[in-house]
Write a protein of this length. Sequence first.
Length: 217
Amino acid sequence: MRILVVEDEPLLADAVAKWLRGEAHAVDVVHDGGAALERLGVHDYDIVVLDRDLPVVHGDDVCRSLAGMSEARVLMLTAAAEIDDRVAGLAMGADDYLPKPFAFRELSARVGALGRRSRPAAPPILQRGDILLDPHRREVYRKGRYVPLSRKEFAVLTELLRADGAAVSAEHLLEKAWDEHTDPFTNAVRMTILKLRRKLGDPPVVVTEPGVGYRIP
């Protein structure tokens, strides 16, 4: 998924981003509410991990603004942990609320749950032909053989399998599997597809649709 982390404590923001990237998500980080609104106007995020007490534009105002500019799910991550705070956060549009301090495993679970709500329901195991992908264990098998993939390769294969045979554009893959620091004219998607084909083995299963994208028929 593409995730925006909005947190004014740089060390915590970097720790959250590192953890989520380790789970094959594409993660962007900003440290104030104004920058968050700018990013949200440019990128199509699945999840926003949003601190509440932010400089420039308060997190509450960012949350309210999201209703009219994005379909991203909001996980409020804040030190304000009283029941009234949580109720207020949910009332203004947040989808979930995780008080600090928190366990990274719980963060993962909540992000995963919001991700499942942000898109059509998918089976717990993604399968097409002889390819099987387990999103929770982050494991891939072909013909029963375990296929070790990098985080980017896993993210790309996940998007291709979710498309259920339809073509997925390189732009969509770049949006979902890479962060904002990636050059939009890079050949990263093409190179990742080449590596994915090689690792999945013969016969090749990832088809290129010229001018359209890639698909697994």
